[in-house]
Write a protein that binds this ligand. Structure first.
Ligand code: SF4
Length: 712
């Protein structure tokens, strides 16, 4: 008689990091069981978590390597696929140089896999490695790293219960991070006041005592207006400002130019509401500011983050229980992928590539100048379009769905000499690839994942992958070892570009053996991370296995308890003080006018996740949101002659998409909302970038909505 086992696992979807048990019987995942003892989710899961096994066991799972010949995929063995990839990558690197290669890492993959993936890119001599954090929270990395010295959420999710005011701006956590909503509800039940600022009346906004329905892209003006009120009414925390910050005088002078009357004109929020929100936040004994992609996905994303930090610091609301800044990171391991250096400007542990000492010990080395940053996601796509990047390796990402101006992204990837995709499904991006490698899903491999709160959790393997699918960490090592072989053949025979030897990597560290690609398991990789990433030094495999609730970084030693709350004594800046930075309101890159009179903004719905490659294959989720829709206000619908459920065409200067119209007053007149989980939405979005964070402006574009156009 078969018996069931219960294997703990971390949810593969969002950064909240809920955990549950996979129920395994006869080697198959047959169900899930709630984990009541988990400190964040406490046995609850949102619809996505509840449906996680539907994607895991889906018949569409990739099971064999595929190579495209004459426009059609053919199944091949691993040896053949790896030979093909390694020869093509080596040849392109040899002929066009290391920077002709681009690597898209994955926030869905474990810390160990991201660590190895960026190591592969740098081992081949390029910093062209990035991942979807660029598309969601790059401004958090830029903004919080500058002002606080650390680009991470300051307090754990359950700490929300200690707040007596919670200010939410640009986050719809009631749909997208269910446990956050539960902890906010608890705080509210204890008397906390909730302020929500959002262009839409979202389910999160239903929680609000004060709801500020601002125009898309006007966040800096609103935040400056609140700071203006706080200073005018003497509500700032002068002791905190004096003892723990720099730059206050300049900030005070700056926000003097943002009286509520002016801010109301820019934002559409009434002066009385601005004053009420400012008073509620500043007078709280402990206040938490939560933000998400409504803040970051703008050409002013970095400014928005800086203004959020300014507001919290001005009120002394950082570094205590219930007082902090909470940027909610999207994917299950987007925090970890950043920590592991899957970024073009940072190595593991946030060492800037520009701080590296010159390391060309071998004059023939392929590592030319590792101190220059590589290209970001959108820059790599543009470089592929222009022919500068000739080969890309994509691990678990789907840029055809997730990048802005998607038709341009499709054309760019089509121009590559080599596109390799490793994934669990045949995604829209994989369809363009020359080689597709079948990857193991989260429950089919072991590894550590870091939640949005910096909580590192171990997720052990529960079941075997289907067919010949392999874990991404194995695939990366397999590719690297093949390339090692190819390049060794070239050493000394061709001159010019030769492979770097192990000793040439001063900051891209080695595994314990001489071969940098010799790992027996993810445990070996984590042990290397312990040696090379100071904030993970004490997060050892042994401790993680014994800590079901995980460990918070920074955890600098094996006997360190971890750090749930950051900045309690000093900030992570060189002088220990936070930097207050004045920022001005700047209008979005594209405003409604002429043929495109509406403002398009984008976001998520409760039953889908990001590019939807997993949730769109979950029958129970797809049934609840089967297709693309656009929300418009009743007044706009009447003016445009649209009825509920009509097929419409949404168009922008970049393209058009078909959708069903939903008529709702959750959006204001002049605003249209579309979820970005379906193909179509990102054909419309603009690829204008924040100049520092290089994030595209997904949240604002000029559009028109009208009756569906016939093709041709
Ligand atoms: Fe998974 Fe996030 Fe839902 Fe929790 S809230 S079950 S982590 S998708």
């Amino acid at each position: 008689m078969s018996s069931k086992t219960f294997i703990p696992t971390v949810c593969p979807y969002c950064g909240a990091g809920c955990a549950f048990y996979v129920v395994v019987e006869d080697g198959r995942a047959v169900g899930l069981e709630y984990m009541a003892e988990h400190p964040v989710s406490e046995g609850a899961l949102c619809p996505k978590g509840n449906a996680a096994l539907e994607a895991l066991n889906h018949p569409d799972r990739l099971t064999h390597p595929l190579v495209k010949r004459n426009g059609r995929f053919q199944e091949v063995g691993w040896e053949q696929a790896l030979d093909f990839i390694s020869h093509r990558l080596s040849a392109i690197r040899q002929s066009a140089g290391p920077d002709a290669l681009g690597f898209l890492s994955s926030a869905k993959c474990s810390n160990e896999e991201n660590y190895l993936f960026q190591k592969l890119a740098r081992w081949l001599g390029t910093n062209n490695v990035d991942h979807c954090a660029r598309l969601c929270h790059a401004p958090t990395v830029v903004g919080l790293a500058h002002t606080l010295g650390s680009a991470a959420m300051t307090n754990p999710i359950p700490d929300l219960i200690n707040a007596d005011c919670i200010f939410v701006i640009g986050s719809n956590f009631a749909e997208n991070y269910a446990p956050v909503a539960r902890w906010v509800w608890r705080a509210r039940d204890r008397g906390a006041r909730v302020i929500v600022a959002d262009p839409r009346l979202t389910p999160t906004a239903w929680l609000a005592d004060i709801f500020l329905q601002l125009r898309p892209g006007t966040d800096v003006a609103l935040l400056n207006g609140m700071m203006h009120v706080i200073l005018t009414e003497g509500l700032a925390d002068r002791d905190f400002i004096a003892q723990r910050t720099t730059g206050f005088e300049a900030l005070a002078r700056h926000v003097a130019a943002y009286p509520p009357s002016r801010v109301a004109e820019i934002t559409g929020v009434s002066p009385a509401q601005i004053v009420a929100a400012a008073r509620a936040f500043a007078s709280a004994s402990a206040a938490t500011l939560i933000y998400c992609m409504g803040i970051t996905q703008h050409t002013t994303g970095s400014d928005n983050v800086l203004a959020c930090a300014d507001l919290a610091l001005m009120c002394g609301q950082v570094g205590r229980p219930g007082a902090g800044l909470m940027p909610l990171r999207g994917q299950n391991n987007v925090q970890g992928a950043c920590d592991m250096g899957a970024l073009p400007d940072f190595l593991p542990g946030y060492q800037r590539v520009s701080n590296l000492r010159p390391q060309i010990s071998n004059p023939q080395s392929a590592i030319r100048n590792p101190q220059s940053s590589g290209l970001t996601v959108v820059e790599m796509i543009n470089a592929a379009y222009d022919g500068q990047i000739k080969a890309m390796v994509v691990m678990g990402e789907n840029p055809i769905l997730s990048d802005p101006n998607a038709d341009h992204a499709r054309e760019a990837l089509s121009r590559l000499d080599l596109l390799v995709v490793q994934d669990i499904f045949m995604t829209e991006t994989a369809e363009l690839a020359d080689v597709v490698l079948p990857a193991a899903a989260w429950a089919e491999k072991s590894g550590s994942y870091t939640t949005t709160e910096r909580r590192v959790q171990w997720s052990p393997q529960a079941v075997q992958p289907p067919g010949e699918a392999r874990a991404d960490w194995q695939i990366v090592c397999d590719v690297a070892r093949r390339i090692q072989g190819n390049l060794e053949e070239l050493r000394g025979t061709q001159g010019g570009l030769v492979p770097p030897s192990s000793s040439e990597f001063l900051r891209v560290p080695q595994s314990s053996s001489d071969n940098p690609w010799d790992y027996a398991s993810p445990v070996d990789v984590l042990a290397e991370i312990n040696r090379t990433v100071p904030i993970y030094a004490g997060i050892t495999p042994e401790r993680l296995a014994a800590a079901p609730g995980g460990l918070f970084w920074p955890c600098p030693a094996p006997d360190h308890p971890g750090t749930p709350i950051l900045h309690t004594e000093r900030f992570a800046t060189p002088d220990g003080r936070a930097r207050l930075v004045p920022v001005d309101y700047v209008a979005p890159a594209e405003e409604p006018a002429g043929a495109f009179p509406l403002t398009l903004t984008t976001g998520r719905v409760v039953v889908h996740h990001n590019a939807g490659s997993m949730t769109r294959r979950s029958p129970s989720l797809l049934a609840r949101a089967p297709a693309l829709f656009v929300e418009v206000n009743p007044a706009d619908a009447e003016r445009l002659g649209l009825a509920e459920g009509d097929a419409v065409t949404v168009s922008t200067a970049r393209g058009r998409a078909e959708a069903k119209v939903r008529i709702t007053d959750t959006v204001e007149t002049g605003v249209a909302f579309m979820p970005f989980h379906f193909e179509g939405t990102n054909r419309l979005t603009i690829d204008a970038l924040d100049p520092r964070a290089k994030i595209p402006e997904y949240k604002v574009a000029a559009c028109q909505v009208g009756p569906a156009k016939k093709e041709g």
